[in-house]
Design a protein around this ligand. Structure first.
Ligand SMILES: [Zn+2]
Ligand SMILES: [Zn+2]
Length: 99
């Protein structure tokens, strides 16, 4: 039983760089200690395993078992931010990153 107010890992629903969907059960999500969340493609190709926000290590996000998601749902607010490394990608409009 988890008391209200207990903090659980924030499972962001998308990659902060390319906006790809990253469902709670995916094995393709990478996360830093501040819960900046990226897909494994961006983490490897654009950021070399280092979080562009905090320079921390990106590691694979543990999947949350589907049976736990009803009581402990993933976050729903999508978050996309333009990073220097993202800016090299074609089609990325830095002006559209604000929420
Ligand atoms: Zn991505
Ligand atoms: Zn970070």
């Amino acid at each position: 039983m988890v008391k209200s107010g207990d903090r659980m890992l924030l499972l962001k629903p998308n990659c902060e760089c390319c906006d790809r969907d990253l469902p709670a059960e995916t094995a393709l999500a990478m996360i830093c200690s501040f819960e900046c969340t990226f897909c494994s493609d961006c983490a490897a190709k654009h950021f070399a395993g280092i979080c562009p926000n905090c320079s921390g290590e990106l590691t694979r996000r543990p999947a949350r078992p589907a049976a736990k998601l009803s009581g402990f749902p993933a976050a729903t607010a999508r978050f996309v931010k333009a990073h220097k490394a993202c800016g090299a990608r074609a089609g990325m409009d830095a002006g559209s990153a604000s929420l």
